[in-house]
Design a binder for this molecule. Structure first.
Ligand code: FAD
Ligand code: UDP
Length: 390
C-alpha cells in the first residue's frame, strides 16, 4: 500500500490530536488511526437520549496553570467559566448525612467539629503549617502533636481511607503518594477543587474542540481502525501496512498491548459508569459529590452543573464504580497503578519501544502515567516541536 503520510498517530485523544494538529501546521502530512468510533479519547462528550450533554468516560474538568497550553487549546474552543466544587457526603452521628468541602478545608473542619472547636483546630493547623497551605494527608498523619494527629486520623477515616479502598483496592499509605497528594488538606476557605489560574469547560463541549483541532488539510483521521493491525514491530525496522516506514510514529495506546503483552500485562484500574436520567431540574446541587465513607460507588457527577446546560425537568447523573482491569473485550484501562514493580515492568516495554528511533510513546496509557489533560497536551506540544525541529 502506498504511504501518503509523513507521520502516523495511533489514538485521537489529547496526546494524538494535539500532536497531529501541531505537526500538520508544521507541514507534515499526518494519518491518525483511532480505534473507537469517535475522537477525543476519554474526554469525549455527547448528548444522551434525554439531550443532556454527558461525558461518556467520566467527568472531565479542564484546569491549568500552563498559559501556553490554555492559549493553544483556546484556538479551538471558547470556554465556559466553571470552578469545580466537590463535597464529601457522609453519614453523621444522628443517623442523617452531612456534607462538607473536599479538599478538606477550614469550612470542612467547622462543619465536622462545630464552629468554635473547628475554628480552634483550624487556628492550630495554621500555626503549625501556615495559612493557605496545602498539607497531604500522609504528611498530616506524621505530626507528633496529639491533637493534630487525632484530627489527621479523623480526615483519614472520613475522607481518604474508604474512598481510596474503593478507587484503588488499597489503603492511602500503600498507593503512590502523589495520588492522594492531588487532594490535600487545604488550610483555606477556598472551597474549589482546583486552584489553577485557568479553569473551565469547552463552551460547546470537548468533542467539537477535538473536531476543530483535527480539521486541517494535512490531517486524515480514520475512525474504527486499530493501529495494531497496521503497525509491525516484530523486526528490526518499523513497518506500516507491511512496508518499512521511516516517518515518525506516535503511539498513544497501551505500551503492553503494543508489544503483544510479551512481558505480561501492565496492571490498571477500570471503572464502570452507571448513568441515570432523572425527571428533575437538579439532583445534588453540585457537579460532583464524593461518597467518602459508605456506598459502593466513589462519586456521583451531575453533568448539568459542569456544562451549564439549561434543560428543565431533566438531569443526568453518573455513578463511578472502580475495580481491577481484567483486560477483557470492552473493558477500558483508565488508571495506571503506579508503583515500583509496575514501573519496572513498564520500563521493559519502553526499552522495546526505544529500539525504534522513530517510535514515540505518548499519553496516559503509552507512558503509564497519571496525566491531567493539560499536562498531556503540554507534552504533546513539546514532542511535536522536537520532531519538527529534527
Ligand atoms: P486517551 O484519552 O485515553 O486517548 C487514547 C486514545 O487512543 C483513545 O481514544 C483510544 O481509543 C486510542 N487507542 C488506543 N489504542 C489504540 C490503537 N491500537 N489504535 C488506535 N487507537 C488506539 N484530566 C483532567 O485534566 N481533568 C479531569 O477532570 C479529568 N477527569 C478524568 C476522569 C476520569 C474518570 C479519567 C479516567 C481521567 C480523567 N482525566 C482528567 C484525565 C484525562 O482523561 C487524560 O489526561 C487524557 O484523556 C489523556 O489523553 P491521552 O490521549 O493520553 O489518552
Ligand atoms: N481521594 C480520597 N477522597 C476524596 C478524593 C480523593 O481519598 O474524596 C484520594 C483517592 O485516593 C483518589 C485520589 O485522592 O484516587 C485522587 O483524587 P482525584 O479526585 O484527583 O482523582 P481523579 O479525579 O483523578 O479520579
Amino acid at each position: 500500500m502506498e504511504q501518503t503520510f509523513d507521520v502516523l498517530i495511533a489514538g485521537a485523544g489529547y496526546a494524538g490530536a494535539v500532536c497531529a494538529r501541531s505537526l500538520a501546521e508544521g507541514g507534515k502530512r499526518v494519518l491518525v488511526l483511532e480505534r473507537r468510533g469517535h475522537v477525543g479519547g476519554n474526554a469525549y462528550d455527547c448528548p444522551d437520549e434525554a439531550g443532556v450533554l454527558i461525558h461518556q468516560y467520566g467527568p472531565h474538568i479542564f484546569h491549568t496553570n500552563d498559559s501556553r497550553v490554555f492559549a493553544w487549546l483556546s484556538r479551538f474552543t471558547q470556554w465556559r467559566d466553571y470552578q469545580h466544587r466537590v463535597v464529601a457526603d457522609i453519614p453523621d452521628e444522628k443517623g442523617g448525612r452531612m456534607r462538607y468541602p473536599v479538599p478538606f478545608n477550614l469550612t470542612s473542619l467547622e462543619t465536622a467539629f462545630g464552629p468554635e472547636e473547628g475554628k480552634r483546630l483550624g487556628d492550630k493547623l495554621i500555626a503549625a503549617y501556615g495559612a493557605e497551605k496545602k498539607v497531604t494527608i500522609l504528611e498530616l498523619r506524621q505530626n507528633p502533636d496529639s491533637e493534630i494527629s487525632a484530627l489527621a486520623d479523623y480526615v483519614y477515616e472520613h475522607v481518604f481511607v474508604h474512598y481510596t479502598m474503593k478507587q484503588w483496592g488499597q489503603k492511602p499509605e500503600d498507593i503512590d503518594p502523589n495520588t492522594t497528594a492531588r487532594v490535600p488538606v487545604f488550610l483555606s476557605r477556598d472551597d474549589r477543587y482546583f486552584q489553577d489560574a485557568c479553569q473551565g469547560m469547552p463552551l460547546e463541549g470537548y468533542t467539537p474542540m477535538f473536531q476543530k483541532m483535527l480539521d486541517h488539510p494535512n490531517i486524515k483521521v480514520e475512525l474504527g481502525v486499530d493501529a495494531l493491525e497496521r503497525l509491525d514491530l516484530s523486526g528490526d525496522v518499523l513497518k506500516v501496512d507491511g512496508v518499512p516506514f521511516e516517518g515518525e510514529v506516535i503511539y498513544t495506546g497501551q505500551a503492553d498491548e503494543l508489544f503483544r503483552f510479551q512481558y505480561g500485562p501492565l496492571p490498571y484500574r477500570t471503572l464502570d459508569f452507571r448513568f441515570e436520567t432523572l425527571e428533575k431540574d437538579d439532583f445534588q446541587g453540585y457537579g460532583t459529590v464524593n461518597y467518602t465513607v459508605d456506598q459502593d460507588y466513589t462519586r456521583i457527577t451531575e453533568f448539568k452543573h459542569l456544562t451549564g446546560q439549561v434543560l428543565p425537568g431533566k438531569t443526568t447523573i453518573v455513578k463511578e464504580y472502580s475495580r481491577a482491569y481484567g483486560g477483557i473485550l470492552g473493558e477500558i484501562p483508565y488508571y495506571a497503578i503506579i508503583n515500583p514493580e509496575n514501573n519496572a515492568l513498564y520500563g521493559q516495554y519502553k526499552a522495546l519501544a526505544d529500539r525504534f528511533p522513530n517510535l514515540h510513546l505518548l499519553g496516559r496509557l503509552a507512558e503509564y502515567k497519571y496525566y491531567n489533560m493539560d499536562a498531556i497536551a503540554g507534552r504533546a506540544l513539546d514532542l511535536a516541536e522536537t520532531l519538527l525541529a529534527k
